[in-house]
Design a protein around this ligand. Structure first.
Ligand SMILES: [Mn+2]
Length: 297
């Protein structure tokens, strides 16, 4: 990334999309590892924009879209903050919070930049809508929502949608049956953990960057730390065994940096309540720095 590049750190203390509380403290945990100072050390010009704080819900709302009202209201604030950041020539770095927040950041990037692609690194597909969801937890829906596959209510503040042919899901290892079918029907490129085993992370990332970067104005990276294996990233709400190694995660981040195509990013689902001495928060911080161009040599 070019020296002096403006980077806006935007936290969002969202944990209404998950059934387990605690990811709202994710932004603090990531900052605790000196994120902003380390960005300066890389020669960037970071600005900490503080956190967006959702309203406390008074009831659960709809069963199939729990806390939709409060989630959408906070996401609309995030949407405005990300748009402002891009308009000012900065790169927005969104610290979640649960993965719901991508329904605010991605439409903002698409609205400002035009046709963009998305790389979604995650153990889960997050491709349910209010009809297919087994849980009603909205953090399982944002990728579907930003692709225009519902729930529309989740992105009602924006008209910008992502074309599924420009979406690469990387690291899937726990998909619901209906979700798997919906990903296929809508033409999302899914690079599951078995693809990574067979092809290697480098080849998977080359393909993912081609999917999201080919014919687009840039790539939005949405990184869910539960993509990484729980031994290395224990501080997540929905752990799944046998995930990415730490090196595979860094390789992905480094290849994205090398591509020069990343225009905005989310780092989500760090849960400090379940973490071990901020291991996961520190890892999330370092992964962000790698995406921004930190290299070993
Ligand atoms: Mn996710």
């Amino acid at each position: 990334m070019q020296q002096g590049k403006k980077v806006d750190v935007i936290g969002i203390q969202m944990d209404l999309g998950a059934s387990r509380r605690g990811v709202n403290m994710g932004p603090s945990a990531i900052r605790y590892s000196n994120l902003v100072e380390k960005m300066k050390d890389l020669g960037l010009s970071p600005r900490d924009c503080g956190d967006i704080i959702p309203r406390i819900p008074q009831d659960e709302g709809e069963v199939s879209m729990r806390h939709a009202r409060e989630i959408n209201e906070a996401n609309e604030r995030l949407y405005r903050a990300v748009r402002e950041s891009l308009r000012a020539g900065a790169m927005p770095v969104v610290l979640g919070g649960d993965h719901c927040v991508a329904a605010g950041s991605i439409p903002a990037a698409a609205e400002e930049l035009g046709e963009i692609g998305v790389i979604w690194i995650d153990a889960h597909g997050d491709f349910n809508n209010d009809k297919s969801t087994p849980s009603g937890n909205m953090h399982g829906m944002p990728l579907s929502a930003v692709c225009g596959c519902g729930p529309e209510a989740m992105v009602s503040f924006s008209k910008a949608r992502i074309r599924p042919k420009h979406v690469a899901q990387v690291g899937a290892r726990d998909l619901d049956a209906a979700e798997r079918q919906r990903l296929r029907e809508n033409g999302v490129s899914v690079f599951s953990i078995s693809d990574i085993d067979k092809l290697g992370m480098a080849e998977v990332m080359r393909r993912a960057i081609a999917v999201a970067g080919g014919g687009t104005r840039g790539i939005h990276l949405s990184f869910d730390v539960d993509a990484i294996t729980p031994e290395a990233a224990p501080g997540v709400g929905t752990p799944v065994h046998s995930g990415l190694t730490v090196r595979e995660a860094f390789l992905a981040a480094e290849m994205l940096a090398e591509s020069g195509r990343v225009v905005s990013l989310d780092m989500v689902e760090v849960n400090p309540m379940l973490d071990a001495f901020n291991k996961t928060g520190a890892l999330a911080c370092e992964l962000i720095l790698s995406v921004l161009g930190k290299t070993v040599y």
